[in-house]
Design a protein around this ligand. Structure first.
Ligand code: GDP
Ligand code: IMO
Ligand code: MG
Length: 423
């Protein structure tokens, strides 16, 4: 068997949670491989909305194993809160959750460092979710981090103290006004660690190897999106992990030749939350409409998301980097009612027309070149199959399939599980 991947192709929030939840019926194991509680994955079914941050989106299916892989960074406090929410729905997560011993822990001081760094940056801030992601990955690559497996060792608290003390000195170095009560934060943290320890820690790469050998199927659930990738995203306005296909190999311990399908998921338009360049961003009524109709508010921070037209230059780039084999287009319903729709098909880059993503996509270098499409007025949210689609939507979809040379297999027409059309 192979490991299939589901990856966001834009700046995150494409609707990964919804689709992973739906696809879970086809898989034995759902695995997160990078990121951490900066993610907010929304699932809607039976009239209820659930938001997951660290826990894989297959958790509501009784039969699937949900694995938090070695590439993920875990904040025990946020993780515990997620478990409490699952308790309300009587989810037997002790049976279905597994955590890699090699995943790293986000300490309270990592969160404080994130905040101090952002304050110090002022206007140049990344717009981080302030969950401590950057500082935790810095400690991972700096070889100072604390891993879940350390919790099984006797003296891990000594290691914790040394690292937290070092972080406090680093926070002071920033010379910013950051008020905090570490004692309170630590009480909460150590309580949450006890909850985490009730779960099953595993050597996940071996677990995956054996699962594949037995013929079990695995779906790797990406967090964030390709344009937030530490290497290929709009650096430095990115997250601190590889959100692209290669990240699944290192974040789970699977070899490249074990990757099967690569599902690439994108919104029918574009959104971004936090700072950084966004060539097709709209500052007019159209952008405001997308935000309002699409309810574009961050699932983790509640911040309003910036909105704009679909950027095919960036989308093509993401498909290339990831080796996408199937596409899923989300939130098509949000575009109902626009008289004209636009897709950015090329950039004017320093006076030249280009169709690849250049090194720098800041507004002073890049102006989007658009192709216009007729809009549709039909409400898509109650449609059950693609034979009901208006011609203009079919034209929009066919154009993208031709340009990207990849089939769009799912068109999502609303947040609910049921509002999903397979093609
Ligand atoms: P993720 O981070 O990729 O899992 O996406 P988020 O959960 O952060 O954001 C996607 C938002 O869009 C959530 O509020 C979903 O409930 C919602 N959503 C997903 N698919 C659709 C869709 O097809 N139409 C509409 N209107 N909303 C959708
Ligand atoms: P999901 O998985 C959208 C953005 C932040 C910020 C930048 C760095 O729900 O799609 P970080 O906290 O990682 O240091 O923030 O990345 N960001 C996301 N934007 N969806 C996400 O996750 C995101 N995770 C991080 O807004 O601009
Ligand atoms: Mg999200």
């Amino acid at each position: 068997m192979t490991v299939d991947l589901l990856l966001g192709l834009q700046w995150g929030d494409e609707g990964k949670g919804k689709i992973v939840d739906i696809l879970t019926t086809n898989y034995n194991i759902i695995a997160r491989f990078q990121g951490g509680p900066n993610a907010g994955h929304t699932l809607v079914f039976n009239g209820m909305k659930h938001v997951l941050h660290t826990i894989p989106s297959g958790i509501f299916h009784e039969k699937a194993i949900n694995l938090v892989g070695n590439g993920v960074v875990i904040d025990p406090v946020i993780f515990k809160n997620e478990l409490i929410k699952l308790d309300e729905h009587h989810i037997d997560y002790k049976k279905s959750l597994r955590i890699s011993r090699k995943s790293h822990l986000i300490l309270p001081t990592h969160r404080l460092l994130d905040a101090a760094s952002e304050i110090a940056k002022g206007k140049a801030k990344i717009g981080s979710t302030l969950k401590g992601i950057g500082p935790t990955y810095m400690d991972k690559t700096g070889r100072n981090g604390i891993r879940v497996g350390d919790l099984e060792l006797e003296h891990w608290k000594k290691k914790y103290r040394a690292l937290a003390n070092k972080h406090e000195r680093m926070i002071a170095f920033y010379k910013v006004d950051l008020q905090y009560n570490l004692e309170e934060l630590e009480t909460e943290f150590f309580n949450a660690i006890e909850t985490l320890k009730e779960l099953t820690f595993i050597d996940s790469e071996e677990y995956i190897y054996q699962a594949l050998k037995k013929g079990e199927s695995i779906l790797a659930e990406g967090a964030q999106g390709s344009l937030l990738d530490i290497d290929f995203g709009t650096y430095p306005f990115v997250t601190s992990s590889n959100t692209t296909a290669a990240g699944a190999c290192t974040g789970l311990g699977v070899a490249p030749n074990q990757i099967g399908e690569v599902y690439g998921i994108f919104k029918a338009y574009t959104t971004r939350v936090g700072s950084g360049p966004f060539p097709t961003e709209l500052f007019d009524e159209d952008g405001e409409t997308m935000g309002r109709v699409g309810n574009e508010f961050g699932a983790t921070t509640g911040r309003s998301r910036r909105c704009g037209w679909l950027d095919l230059v960036a989308l093509r780039y993401a498909c290339q980097i990831n080796g996408v084999t199937q596409l899923m287009m989300m939130k098509g319903d949000v575009l109902s009612g626009f008289k004209t729709l636009k897709i950015c098909t090329a950039y004017n880059y320093k006076g030249e027309t280009i169709t690849h993503l250049p090194y720098n996509i800041e507004a002073e270098n890049v102006t989007p070149i658009y192709t216009e499409f007729n809009g549709w007025s039909e409400d898509l949210t109650t449609m059950k199959n693609d034979s009901q689609f208006p011609k203009e939507l079919n034209d929009y979809i066919s154009f993208l399939e031709e340009e990207l040379d990849i089939p769009i297999k799912i068109v999502s027409v609303g947040p609910d599980r049921k509002q999903t059309i397979f093609r």
